[in-house]
Every structure is written in structure tokens, then in C-alpha cells.
Design a protein around this ligand. Structure first.
Ligand code: 13P
Ligand code: SF4
Length: 329
């Protein structure tokens, strides 16, 4: 890795009124440049408290959008406009079709409370906000769903089917997947059929392989994994929760981890393994390189910022309503 490029990035960071933000799934060399690092909830919260004029966000599109939604006065630049493949599975019209599917199944529209996983675009968040709903992340999904259920409504959960089903199982609730599985009219949580292609890689066979190989091994997975995989794990949590869980384990405890490769690789030692026979890399998270980060910072210095996040004001206002409801909880 070019030390020269790293030095140039550090020099630009010193000269500019900028904060570099990086998600755990970024490549190591990019992650190490982050002034703020963390999971999606931490990044949303900590960037809100940050005072720099520019945020350079190393992650995927919905994360940069969340900063812009919450802090419109900030200029949010993304070294690469990479889009999470799950977030791309739903847009405003698919969201409306999902509401219609519930109405067709006999649910009164006033009895639907939508919740969108933060891995969705601003348009979807805005539609959720307008219908009285809110955003959740993988670290707070259970708390958000518990609060939502107090309204006595049926939950439309988008876009991640697995996260919705996993929470339903944890809470002893009934779930259905629109157009795929289950009875919408009798379910408590009705999920859109979106998923993360990276987390679908982990299988029950992988878990059995590790359990047979190492007696007493712990299996840790992200809640975007299939419910059958989560059911067989010892711990299910967001990226930050996974890191904290592993740090608390005895040094000699073996553990196999089912989440994105860059994060697991940073934790890897003689007792920590990747829970997959194929490399579980998120292609879009991996798009951002050090050179892209340098180019983004240089474009700010040259007064011609590249890849700036812009959101139509009406969409932003309603998306903020949905995000604020989450942050209040
Ligand atoms: P976290 O909320 O755990 O950061 O996860 C984001 C994500 O995209 C997982 O695939
Ligand atoms: Fe999206 Fe999956 Fe990548 Fe996370 S790991 S950013 S959910 S594609």
C-alpha cells in the first residue's frame, strides 16, 4: 500500500474542515483512515454530533443519505457511489405494492405500521415516515418492533425478509413474506422479500462443519442471515454487537463468525474463523479504495466536490421523520 497516498490523505484531512466516516465492512486501508467508524446506527448517531462542514462517507449509498437526511446543512461526499444490493431491491413503487398486497389480503390500511431497515433509500424511508412508521437498524430492530407493536397494528417490514423473520421468531410472533410464504391476514409482521446476498452465503452446513471440527465452538452471525442459520447460532447481533461479544470471550474460546469478510478478517486469529467456505465479501462495500478517498478529499480542496449526496427536500423531511422516530427510541 502506498505510504505516499496515506500521507497525502492525512495532509488533506488536516487542511480541510472534514470528517472521514467508515463502516466496519470497508477495506482495512480505508477503514483505518476513518475518524468515525462503527456500525450503521453508530455512524448515523455520531455523525449527527460531528461539527465538520464536510463528511466523506466510506460505505454504501443509504448510509451517506442517512447523514444528509439528519444533517442537511452538512455536505456529504461519497468516494464511491456504491449501492447496497438489498437497498436496491425496494423503491417507492415496490413499497406501495406491498401496502396494496396487505390491503388486498384484508388488512385495513389504517392498521398498517411500516418499519424500514436502515438499508433502504431515502424515498422508501420517506414513504414509511408519511405512514407513521420508522426506521430500524440491525442493533435496535427488536426494540423498534416492540415499540411499534404497542400501537396494536400489523407491521409491514421492508426490505430485509430475514431480519423481519428473525425478530418475529425471537419475539414469538407470526410472520409472513409477501408473495412467498405465510398468511398475511393472520401474521403480526409482514415482510418484503428482500435479502442480503452476502449474508445468504452462510448455511446450516457451515455451522455443522465447524461444530464437528471444534468441540464447543461458538457460532456468531448477523441477523441478515437466514432464520435457519440464526436458529443454530449461539449469538445473533449487529456488527458492533458481534465485535463486543467476541471481545468478551475467553482467549482460548474458538468462534466462527457469519458476517462480511473485512470485519471478520480484522478479528481473525488462531481461534476466530470465517463461517463460510467462500469469501463473504460485500462487493459494493469493497468498491471504495484509498485512491477514491484521496480523490474525494482532493475534490473538496479543489472546490469541486465529487459524488455529493443530494436529496429532494420533501423526501428528506419525511425520511427524517422516520429516522427521528427511531433515534427518539
Ligand atoms: P450493521 O447495522 O450491523 O452495521 O449492518 C449493516 C449492513 O449492511 C449489514 O450487512
Ligand atoms: Fe448491503 Fe449486504 Fe453489503 Fe450489508 S453486506 S451493505 S446488506 S449488500
Amino acid at each position: 500500500m502506498s505510504q505516499n497516498l496515506i500521507n497525502q490523505i492525512n495532509d488533506l484531512k488536516k487542511r480541510l474542515d472534514v470528517t472521514v466516516v467508515a463502516h466496519f465492512y470497508q477495506r482495512d486501508e480505508v477503514f483505518e483512515m476513518g475518524d468515525i467508524t462503527g456500525d450503521s446506527l453508530e455512524l448515523a448517531k455520531r455523525t449527527l454530533e460531528d461539527s465538520s462542514k464536510f463528511v466523506v462517507f466510506c460505505g454504501v449509498g443509504f448510509m451517506g443519505q442517512s447523514v444528509k437526511i439528519l444533517s442537511p446543512h452538512k455536505r456529504v461526499i461519497m468516494p464511491k457511489l456504491a449501492c447496497c444490493s438489498m437497498a436496491r431491491m425496494i423503491d417507492g413503487s415496490y413499497f406501495e405494492e406491498s401496502v396494496e398486497a396487505m390491503v388486498t389480503a384484508g388488512v385495513d390500511i389504517d392498521n398498517i405500521l411500516p418499519i424500514t431497515y436502515i438499508n433502504s433509500n431515502a424515498e422508501v424511508k420517506a414513504k414509511v415516515g408519511k405512514m407513521g412508521g420508522m426506521v430500524c437498524t440491525s442493533s435496535n430492530a427488536k426494540i423498534i418492533i416492540e415499540a411499534a407493536l404497542k400501537e396494536g397494528k400489523k407491521i409491514l417490514f421492508v426490505p430485509d425478509r430475514c431480519l423481519g423473520q428473525n425478530i418475529a421468531i425471537q419475539m414469538g410472533l407470526k410472520s409472513a413474506v409477501i408473495g412467498i410464504d405465510g398468511d398475511i391476514a393472520s401474521a403480526d409482521i409482514i415482510c418484503f422479500d428482500g435479502f442480503c446476498s452476502v449474508h445468504q452465503l452462510f448455511s446450516v452446513d457451515d455451522i455443522e462443519f465447524y461444530r464437528q471440527k471444534y468441540d464447543g465452538i461458538k457460532i456468531v452471525v448477523h441477523p441478515e442471515c437466514d432464520p435457519a442459520v440464526c436458529a443454530k447460532a449461539d449469538f445473533v447481533g449487529s456488527t458492533s454487537q458481534i465485535i463486543s461479544y467476541i471481545k468478551e470471550l475467553d482467549e482460548e474460546q474458538k468462534v466462527a463468525v457469519g458476517t462480511e469478510f473485512n470485519l471478520v478478517n480484522r478479528l481473525r486469529d488462531k481461534n476466530t474463523f470465517v463461517l463460510s467456505s467462500t469469501k463473504p465479501e460485500c462487493p459494493t462495500m469493497n468498491e471504495t479504495t484509498l485512491q477514491d478517498l484521496y480523490d474525494a478529499l482532493k475534490s473538496i480542496e479543489d472546490n469541486n466536490p465529487i459524488n455529493e449526496i443530494e436529496i429532494d427536500e420533501q423526501t428528506r423531511i419525511w425520511a427524517k421523520v422516520a429516522l427521528d422516530r427511531m433515534l427518539e427510541l
